[in-house]
Design a binder for this molecule. Sequence first.
Ligand SMILES: Nc1ncnc2c1ncn2[C@@H]1O[C@H](COP(=O)(O)OP(=O)(O)O)[C@@H](O)[C@H]1O
Ligand SMILES: [Mg+2]
Length: 277
Amino acid sequence: MKKVICFANQKGGVGKTTATVNLAASLGAMGKKVLVVDFDPQGSASLSFGMPDNGSLLLKALETCSPLPVLETPYEGVDLVPSGRNLVAARFQFSLAMAQDFLNICLEQTPGDWEWVLIDCPPSLDVISLAALWAARHVIVPLEGSYLSLNGLEQMAKTVSDLKQQGAKLEIEGILPSRIHPRRRIYWEIMLRLEQDFPNKVAPVIRENVALTEAPGKGKPIHLFARSSNGARDFQEVCSWLVNHFEKKNQPVLPWETAAMNNPPAPEFNLIGASSN
Ligand SMILES: Nc1ncnc2c1ncn2[C@@H]1O[C@H](COP(=O)(O)OP(=O)(O)O)[C@@H](O)[C@H]1O
Ligand SMILES: [Mg+2]
């Protein structure tokens, strides 16, 4: 089944784009088919693939409820809906009430057999980000190892829970600690808090690594720009974590569980805590 995952955090510079681009490229290199939707008017994901764009075609598709403009990237298995500064107009053209539909409808109409759709969000909680969240089923929140990032995460969790109350089928699947300095004490403190608050949802960390800062300038994902860098290794780990996470999630229920669901125990065997009147 197609997995639509949004990389979101209203804070900028926390590694959303870096994660979207490099996880897409790693998944593609594993033989998966991936669509990256650059949904940020800054167009950083498009630039990182070496495919700068002005966002006009994307905006037009959103305005006319048409299929999204998809381009092939030079990278195995990865297609891209590019974006750029003209997408900013969406902030004024679409009301918050329209956020539920305007990306969702276009995505549904876009022909393609991608197993993974990764949406890169802008650093804001405006109509553009909300539309991305409505179009997705899963959220990954990249964050830096700082106390303020915990506050940002809390706000993100609240937004997701508000959207769920309004009917969105959305789940925070992972917290991705990024730009990490493992030798700093704060790193351990933050990790402890994350593990407590989001058990089983904390991804392997991405360390601060200069090659990750340089790769977008060459329009290349990290595994092709600096194959033996810490950045490439870290993203490989996170990619395996991501695939495992969804494999576990999609595992069919065990036969005995299905049997139990189809044949619930008779009421007389189900008396614990129950009263007969
Ligand atoms: N782990 C990292 N190590 C070094 N630089 C990083 C790392 N992650 C991101 N960067 C750099 O930090 C800047 C912001 O990252 P980016 O992914 O664009 O954040 P966001 O999309 O959340 O705004 C970019 O210049 C990027 O190359
Ligand atoms: Mg970004």
